[in-house]
Design a binder for this molecule. Structure first.
Ligand SMILES: Cc1ncc(COP(=O)(O)O)c(C=O)c1O
Length: 472
């Protein structure tokens, strides 16, 4: 088949046709259309191998799309009323690319404090100067939510000259910011609004109380299709508007992404888009109603439940400290959840109608798991996200800055030289360049004693941390 800009087939149909033709492969990948190997590979997996193709002329090129990939990305853009590009390295690479395309080394960027580690890693490696925007902290649960317009206004006044605002909405817990008001304000200042919407690819229906930021004036939005849609892990996409420099964005995307994009991931992205398109008004309404019923049943069963603006995220509070144990009991009876923290667990609900039997069965199992775990209906968590100044600038370390390893006790009041991340959700508790408070150490000690998983240097587990030596 000759390379064509006007392939009459969709991405998935073209792959199907390619596989049917049983072509000879003198190209990578090394499984040569699934013809190399032995019986060790499970048969279902073996059947998938032939679809794991490479950038042959008629299969287009992710980094310079002009055929079936371009067609599929255009269809995606039509759905989100934007320009869109597929990502094969998750929202992680989207966050890196949005920042690289809008902010230069040494320039300021306004960043939500409870951003995912992909944002902080990008900021560090790209050499940007972050101004931290404190989110609101939800009363009772202590969970950090979203940044308000007032906080952004204050940041722009106190720390002028920032080149972009980087927000997360919805958050992991489904809370959503007032993107319309924020984008109106920023567009007058010509500051692009970048939104990490890793958890919001499904928020497109006009009747939803709040939709994706791309419909509300954001300049660029990154979504992990794999988190909330039926796409393979790592499948994500980015939507962007005219105020984003497309040349810079494409340069960043092709620099940070693999040069061998997975056709399996891309096929799943096209499928996820078509699934979303296929949902009728009735389907949306049934999905939402069934989710509400599930939450009602959980509440009836005595659980203390938080639902964010995004109806697919359900948090069960497990005061005072039983989240991790509850998670273990759930796992032992076959229920795997998205996240277990010390005082809550988070469930991601599927974007489909959940039927009555499923609801009954799931709630019964959850009640059973909870009988082993006293879950006290308290008013306040003892682990609130630390509330500091509404806006502040992060200390940027020089490369040869002297650092000391000290005990947690000694570290209070010093600037941290490393980042400590509870995982999941991957939101740093202590950021490199941030001052360490007594509260942060208190909570960290509790987490270590309770066995919460932390991404940090091994010495953190023995209650030591690297800090900057300050000269007074
Ligand atoms: C808010 C947020 N942003 C970005 C990411 C990174 O997404 P991905 O795993 O698709 O790279 C995550 C992952 O958990 C996330 O929760």
């Amino acid at each position: 088949m000759a390379p064509s800009r006007k392939n009459p087939f969709t991405f998935l149909e073209t792959l199907e046709q390619h596989v049917r033709e049983r072509r000879v492969s003198f190209h990578v990948p090394g499984h040569h259309n699934g013809t190399v190997g032995n019986d060790a590979l499970p048969s279902a997996f073996a059947r998938v191998m032939p679809y794991d193709l490479t950038e042959l002329p008629h299969l287009d090129d992710l980094h310079d799309a002009s055929g079936i990939i371009e067609q599929a990305e255009t269809a995606l853009g039509n759905l989100y009323a934007s320009k869109s590009k597929w990502l094969v390295n998750g929202s992680t690479v989207g966050n890196w690319s949005m920042l690289a395309a809008t902010v230069k080394r040494g320039e300021r960027v306004y960043v939500q404090r409870n951003s995912h580690k992909s944002v902080w890693n990008a900021i560090e490696w790209l050499g940007l100067k972050p101004v931290l925007l404190m989110p609101m902290i939800e009363r009772g649960t202590g969970i950090p939510t979203v940044v308000t317009l007032e906080t952004i206004e204050q940041a722009v006044q106190e720390f002028p000259g920032g080149r972009a605002v980087m927000l997360t909405s919805p958050t992991y817990y489904g809370d959503m910011a007032d993107i319309r008001a924020i984008s109106d304000y920023l567009s007058h200042l010509n500051i692009p609004l970048l939104v990490d919407e890793a958890h919001g690819a499904h928020l497109i229906h006009p009747q939803l109380p709040q939709r994706s930021a791309i419909f509300e004036g954001a300049s660029a939005v990154v979504q992990s299709a794999h988190k909330t849609l039926p796409a393979l892990t790592m499948g994500a996409w980015i939507h962007y508007k005219e105020d984003i420099d497309e040349v810079q964005l494409k340069h960043a995307l092709s620099s940070f992404q693999t040069s061998s994009p997975s056709y399996l991931i891309m096929a799943s992205l096209d499928y996820a888009r078509s699934y979303l398109e296929s949902l009728t008004d009735e389907a949306w309404s049934s999905i939402q109603k069934s989710h509400v019923s599930f939450v009602l049943e959980l509440k009836r069963a005595g659980f203390s439940v938080k639902v964010g603006d995004d109806f697919t995220k359900v948090t069960i509070m497990t005061y005072p400290k039983n989240g991790l144990v509850f998670c273990e009991h759930l796992a032992s009876i076959g229920i795997d959840i998205e996240l277990a923290a010390v005082d809550h667990v988070l469930l991601c609900l599927p974007l489909r109608e959940i039927n009555k039997q499923e609801i009954e069965h799931w709630v019964t199992l959850m009640k059973k798991a909870a009988t082993h775990v006293p879950i006290i209906d308290e008013d306040e968590t003892i682990f609130p996200f630390p509330s500091t100044h509404r806006v502040s600038e992060l200390y940027t370390m020089a490369e040869d800055e002297p650092i000391h390893r000290v005990s947690f006790n000694e570290a209070v009041g010093s600037i941290s030289a490393e980042t400590v991340i509870p995982y999941p959700p991957g939101i740093p508790w202590i950021l490199k360049g941030e001052r360490i408070t007594e509260e942060k150490i208190r909570v960290l000690l509790e987490w270590i004693s309770l066995g919460r998983k932390l991404q940090a240097g091994k010495h953190v587990m023995i209650e030591q941390i690297d800090v900057i030596v300050e000269e007074f």
